[in-house]
Design a protein around this ligand. Structure first.
Ligand SMILES: *Cc1c(COP(=O)(O)O)cnc(C)c1O
Length: 230
């Protein structure tokens, strides 16, 4: 297993480097988040041993059960939809929450962030397709929410995360990512410290990098196919 993870990681770095070159970007400006939902702690440890330190989890309870078995210097990102009444373990056990989609959730995370920890890094989740089935705010809502979140103690607003509607068409993929980029750049004008545009997964990372992604979230291309769940 370790060997195949290593070879997938090599392939992934080559894809990132190619996409960055085509976009005229420095590959070091694109950070890799290993999405480890449904993967056992042993698989996360293999990825850790291969040098990865940032891991994304969708299901809080699943993450909490794996975290104690893993090295303490892992940077955990919550990337799944989060109901505001489930915020406390995220405030206490994660470094990032990328799925903030309401002021109520942000306020709870801010209040629940333990004083001894650094600020919780936060991305607002932007619903670019405005799909009713997906969580996230619209571009029209982003400015006001960013303003309010940036003022909360205990949180550090870093940028936007988006999961566009699935498409096999690279042109369509780029249009969704371009929409997110436009919204991100508008926010940056108000908040110049924003540095994170989290977009791109295993099947669309090239389009995301072409449109300025700074953080790609990769599951399948790193760990292999996930077992079917839920
Ligand atoms: C599962 C998931 C990913 C990774 O998807 P892959 O296609 O396996 O790379 C990225 N982001 C979010 C929010 C996810 O839920």
């Amino acid at each position: 297993m370790a060997a195949s993870l290593a070879s997938r990681l090599t392939d992934l770095h080559a894809r990132i480097a190619d996409a960055a070159r085509q976009a005229g970007r420095d590959p070091r400006s694109i950070h890799l988040l290993a999405v480890s939902k449904t993967q056992p702690a042993s698989a996360i440890l293999s990825a850790y041993d291969a040098g990865l330190r940032a891991f994304g989890e969708n299901y809080v309870q699943e993450a909490l059960s794996k975290q104690p078995q893993l090295p303490a210097d892992i940077e955990w990102h919550c990337i799944g939809p989060l109901q505001s009444n489930k915020s406390k373990p995220v405030a206490e056990h994660f470094a990032w929450c990328q799925s903030v989609d309401s002021l109520k959730l942000a306020e709870r995370l801010a209040r629940q962030r333990p004083a001894g920890l650094p600020a919780l890094n936060v991305c607002l989740q932007l619903n670019v397709g405005a799909e009713v089935s997906k969580s996230g705010i619209t571009a029209a809502e982003a400015g006001a929410l960013a303003e309010a979140v940036a003022a909360l103690p205990g949180l550090r607003l870093r940028g936007l995360m988006t999961i566009p509607p699935p498409s096999d068409d690279p042109g369509q993929q780029r249009r969704w990512f371009a929409e997110a980029r436009g919204c991100f750049e508008a926010l940056q004008r108000q908040h110049p410290s924003l540095d994170t545009l989290s977009m791109g997964m295993s099947s669309d990372l090239e389009a995301a990098i072409a449109e300025g992604s700074t953080l790609i979230r990769i599951g399948t291309a790193l760990f292999g196919a996930r077992p079917p769940t839920r």
